[in-house]
Design a protein around this ligand. Sequence first.
Ligand SMILES: [Zn+2]
Length: 183
Amino acid sequence: MSYLKNPLLEIDSNPILIRPSWDDYFFGLAFLISQRSSDWSTKHAAIAVDKNHKVIGFGYNGLVRGVDDGQVPRDRNEKNRWMIHSEVNLILNSYRSFNDTDSIYITGIPCLQCTSNLIQHGAKKIIMADRRGYSNPPLTQLKDIKKLCKKCKINLKTVKPNLNWLYEEKLKRELTDLCFITK
Ligand SMILES: [Zn+2]
């Protein structure tokens, strides 16, 4: 039996165990988490993970605790004044400060203020999802973010995640078998 000689090799080459990469996995989680956001126009989430791929914390954008989610203002500018950004919630929800070996995954471009907050909390590696409209609104802001990260020696990168794995028939079948998806 060849797998007895090299069980790890056998497991890795097993087609049943094809898995998403770490980047795709954490972006998949981040986009799922963002669905809890009460923001009707822009749903964001951020996750911090350590070098062992253990989640340190996560956050999505929303109103301050205690305010009814149904009270999100319909006016965009007014709404934006009241929203707590996902990165701030990530910092507040994380069980410790960030360090050099942690990665912060964000479902888009952080604002300048949030980038500063992440850096102040110890982040050294920030990974942004390249999503539609990525460079639309805050081009100057992105420029400033890059400048800031360069100054602070932050590893800032953009990734276009592949989230096809979330929509695999196999996953849907498993969740249906477990009665988590209604037929
Ligand atoms: Zn922000």
